[in-house]
Design a protein around this ligand. Sequence first.
Ligand SMILES: *Cc1c(COP(=O)(O)O)cnc(C)c1O
Length: 466
Amino acid sequence: MQYYSLQKQSPNVDFRTAAITGQAPDKGLYFPIEIPKFTAAQIENFKTLDKASLAFEVMRPYVGGTIDDATLKNICAETINFDFPLVPITDTISSLELFHGPTLAFKDVGARFMSRCLGYFSKQARSENAAANNHNTEATKPSTVLVATSGDTGGAVANGFLGVAGVDVIILYPKGKVSPIQELQLTTLGLNITALEVDGSFDDCQAIVKEAFMDGELNAAYNLTSANSINVARWLPQQLYYFFAWQQWVAKYQDAVGNYPPMNIVVPSGNFGNICAGMIAKASGLPLGHFVAACNSNDVVTRYMATEKYEVKPSVVTISNAMDVGNPSNFIRILEMMQNNFTSLSNALTSYSITDADTKATIARVYKTNNYILDPHGAVAFIAAELFLSEQQVNNKTISSTEDAFNAGAIILETAHPVKFPEVVEEAIGQALTIPDSVQDLFEKEKVSIPLEPNYTAFKNWMLNK
Ligand SMILES: *Cc1c(COP(=O)(O)O)cnc(C)c1O
């Protein structure tokens, strides 16, 4: 499998190069030259395959031989080594809980896969270098992953890379602007993980990271890599949980002749990496229903779907802050998949934008009515699911012929555990949340972070003198 740059000004590369460099030299995002197509027989087999084998079958074509099968099998098995349950909330809406990983966020899947791939490539480079008896320090310089985080990304990346030889991770987070659990997840790991506590905003953190990637002097001293969702090694494995959801959907709804209602999917979206991965899964033959992008007041895509005009706006702060994105970096990949055809896009994707007031009210209502605790991102998706299903009924749209007798249903992706957003959720449900056992021990660990002024000079001085 080769990957091309969406800017079309750089040569095609294999998975290894795309994963190591993150972005093409022309600053374009990498995209697979073809989306693998699974046969009907393979899809049938996927219905009952165990998660690890399924993950291996799905990822293998994308990795395209740059990692041997035995290693890739291990990487896949470790990546998805937790539960992805599909839990009913109402008669028509179920929650795909993606928060059972080590940092309670769906980003664990992408981060765990990417970290293991980079660890493998780094080891490979070191042993090739040693075999050639070559003192080429360029190839053996450790990779340094730089991440700016508003909360969830940093924890997932740090956890994914913890202890991976040959890779150092530096996380920049805004002081006082991440939740207590999120901060502990960033600052208590040690080893190859360093947390910089920036006395500024998330935008300050991101600006420092962007400048670092363009700084020749710093790049000469370190192999800098980004771990955000533009990296194919983080982006593509996100399609796995659409396969896991579909397995559970089929097991529940399939009739005697193998028919089942379409599984419509509502994805809380910020940078649109997750939903784009789901659409890739569908393009490769997985029989999924319609996709709904659930956004907060950062509504550039919702407005685009209504007007066909793409107008970037500065991001606004909301209570579903992992989706506070003014210019979603992965949307261009969705456009590419749809061959930039607006009609195809409209047939494949619907988008809604939800206010903070509605989000809070919905957390309260769903808890009261259905005894289910949504986090703010899942609540945005829940409202979008209700809007989508009611419009389906009004328009009497049928998405497929098997649907007639079925009151179309949808799944929402619950992208984070509610306990990561305690202020909002506890106020909405009127009671304290229980901290899951898996993160209980965080509270006994000591926070270690390095304070940093919110400017590039301070960061660069620290990097060059550490
Ligand atoms: C990152 C994140 C999102 C948005 O995912 P994208 O792939 O950027 O669209 C949604 N919810 C939570 C909790 C997140 O951490």
